[in-house]
Design a binder for this molecule. Structure first.
Ligand code: SAM
Length: 224
């Protein structure tokens, strides 16, 4: 049941009011309202997402290699990677999300920063051995999807790996007007372009909720 503090309902309102003009303004507003304790905390996941845990375990210790989490929210995935020896950057377009992530993880070694996937700071481009995106591409409207996907790819260093986790949309199913705008198989395959090739694509049941939608787990690599 929705309440005044229901962040999901507020997200729908804010997105409906501004996403036609700006793909990201509603995130800045939503996280700002959460930081002011006017709504419950959005995407308040305290543990790393299971496909991230699994991928990182298989990849072995980070040993100081550089990794980045895109649209990092409260930082559960970035913090987990840091414990596995990765030198972590985690960015979000919403300044309040970055502040909350720092608050949630006092003494963190993760470099949390404000940055826009659609307009990346030059020092992030081509800088990472591992790029992790959990549900950020699908949070951006289809009209900017080519830029979002290009942004994710652009973060990869030569030889780097991209792990992308997105909810499944069936081919031909209407993506709808409200976020999130789920990816069909062709869209998730379109993460590969140029020297970034698809290494594996799995469709799995929802990792946390048996009644929830399936997820794509895509692993891509940039050539050396
Ligand atoms: C659906 S939430 C997922 C958060 C987190 N990855 C998780 O799984 O809990 C999407 C996140 O991406 C951020 N975001 C949206 N557009 C972005 C952009 N263009 N650049 C960076 N972050 C963005 C939002 O502020 C939000 O925190």
């Amino acid at each position: 049941m929705s309440t005044d503090r229901d962040w999901d309902r507020r997200a729908d309102e804010l997105a409906a009011a501004s996403v036609a003009e700006s793909p990201t303004r509603w995130f800045v507003q939503l996280w700002g309202e959460a930081a002011e304790d006017r709504i419950d905390t959005p995407w308040a996941r305290t543990a790393a997402y299971p496909p991230v845990v699994e991928h990182v375990a298989a990849a072995g210790p980070g040993e100081g290699r550089r990794a980045v989490v895109v649209g990092a929210g409260l930082g559960a995935d970035a913090e987990h990677l840091a414990t596995q020896g990765w030198a972590m950057t985690a960015f979000d377009v919403a300044p309040a999300a970055v502040e909350l992530a720092r608050d949630w993880h006092p003494g963190t070694v993760v470099d949390y920063r404000v940055a826009d996937l659609l307009d990346l700071p030059p020092d992030l481009v081509g800088a990472f051995d591992l790029v992790v995106d959990v549900f950020t591409v699908q949070a951006l409207p289809p009209r900017v999807r080519p830029e979002a996907v290009a942004g994710v790819r652009a973060l990869l260093a030569p030889g780097g790996t991209l792990l992308a986790v997105q909810f499944v949309r069936e081919r031909g199913e209407d993506p709808g007007v409200d976020p999130p705008w789920l990816l069909d198989e062709d869209e998730v395959r379109s993460l590969a372009a140029g020297d970034v090739v698809l290494h594996s694509l799995d469709r799995r049941g929802h990792p946390l909720n048996p009644a929830g939608p399936d997820v794509w787990v895509a692993v891509l690599r940039r050539g050396t």
